[in-house]
Design a protein around this ligand. Structure first.
Ligand code: FE2
Ligand code: FE2
Length: 285
């Protein structure tokens, strides 16, 4: 019960599903970051996972909505609406990536089998812990991306940059929701630990695999700079993600204790000011 009360006290005031629809060009280059193509390849790996990971989280959280108290139920429904839009936009982006690249399509089939297996074989409580830990990782990646905004987005096509920036910013905005749902329904810390290790491993494995697939498929593996920078990016992300993930497993932790990345918060405010894309949260979105 104490967990439920903690979650209620720290919940954000409101979440909205933003109307975002991006038109990516045919023949999208997976190396869409001209300065650091290997960084684009790693982001492509994360993008490829989204249409399999996020629907799993959405179905899991929707399945427990009736068990939640009304305030958290509404917030969780709005969270699901945001995630549904994320993976729909990544689906359209990924279709461009996979066109004419059978290796990418093969990776996607493997991702689909992996998340399908997790959803079929794991309990709802484990899936909730998996979603909560995955959201912690998403928030950590957002913090890293905010600090490396110039490397990530300078000279990048604005449509591609918007996809990743919008998604990361909403990950910041709803950073507490999956954690609160998990905390409200499952006191098992050991399940949370196993779920965190599992989601980190799956995410890291597929991101590395996609990066290498695209590096070798594009011939960019011949660039010495890529091999010098890749370990630096990987270690930098690990040094942000792993401490956040470990601290999320400790007693007394709540995502609201973590400082939001200011650049992404400002980007979301700017999006809201510029576009009439705000909609009231809808449980069935
Ligand atoms: Fe998302
Ligand atoms: Fe999320």
């Amino acid at each position: 019960m104490a967990l439920v009360h903690r979650a209620r006290a720290d919940r954000p005031a409101a979440l909205v599903a933003r109307r975002v629809r991006l038109d990516h060009p045919d023949g999208l280059d997976p190396a869409w970051n001209p300065r650091f193509p290997e960084l684009a390849f790693a982001a492509d790996g994360v993008s490829l996972l989204m249409p399999y990971a996020e629907p799993y989280f959405v179905r899991t959280i929707r399945s427990v909505l009736p068990e939640l108290e009304p305030g958290l139920r509404d917030t969780a429904a709005a969270f699901c609406a945001q995630e549904a839009r994320h993976h729909a936009e990544h689906r359209r982006f990924n279709d461009r990536l996979a066109a004419g690249r059978p290796a990418v399509a093969r990776l996607e089939r493997w991702m689909a089998r992996t998340y399908g297996w997790l959803e079929r074989r794991c309990s709802t409580r484990f899936s909730l812990a998996f979603a909560a830990a995955s959201e912690t990782i998403a928030f950590s990646i957002a913090r890293w991306a905010d600090r490396h905004h110039h490397e990530m987005f300078d000279d990048v096509d604005p449509t591609t940059a918007t996809l990743f920036e919008w998604h990361l910013a909403e990950e910041v905005e709803h950073k507490s929701v999956a954690f609160d749902v998990h905390a409200a329904l499952d006191p098992s810390r050991s399940r949370h630990v196993v779920a965190a290790a599992t989601t980190f491993s799956v995410l890291a494995w597929f991101t590395v695999l996609t990066t290498f697939t695209l590096l070798f498929g594009s011939g960019r593996w011949r660039s010495a700079g890529c091999w010098l920078r890749l370990p630096r990016w990987a270690l930098g992300i690990a040094f942000v993600t792993l401490p956040d993930l470990v601290s999320s497993l400790l007693p007394g932790h709540h995502p609201s204790h973590l400082a939001d990345p200011p650049g992404l918060v400002a980007a979301l405010r700017a999006m809201d000011a510029e576009s009439p894309h705000r909609e009231p949260p809808h449980p069935e979105a």
